[in-house]
Ligand binder design. Structure first.
Ligand SMILES: [Fe+2]
Length: 99
């Protein structure tokens, strides 16, 4: 793999998603409704990460960077697993209490 150095870029999308979660905290009281909203906010972050790692994984594969592709695929798997756990938490517990 070539030695590639890129300038660190600020991720405005992720910053906005985090701000959205903060606003949700400020707009709700402590309890199940806030928890349900925060799970949704966290899932937005996970989905953004899944899109990002999925894209990078495909690029690495197409460019023949097998080691990078494998690392990215492992991270992608972790992000999907986190999203699944959040879905389970919401469906089996928090959403019912929030309703
Ligand atoms: Fe994540």
């Amino acid at each position: 793999m070539p030695d590639i150095r890129i300038k660190r870029l600020k991720c405005y999308a992720m910053e906005s998603l985090i701000e959205e979660g903060q606003e949700l905290i400020e707009a709700t009281e402590k309890g199940a409704v806030r928890d349900a909203g925060l799970i949704g906010a966290a899932q937005k972050v996970e989905h953004y990460e899944i899109a990002t790692y999925g894209t990078l994984c495909s690029l690495a594969e197409q460019l023949g960077y097998t080691e990078a592709k494998n690392i990215l695929a492992e991270t992608l798997k972790e992000e999907k697993s986190t999203d699944d756990k959040l879905t389970t938490l919401a469906k089996e517990n928090v959403n019912k209490k929030a309703g």
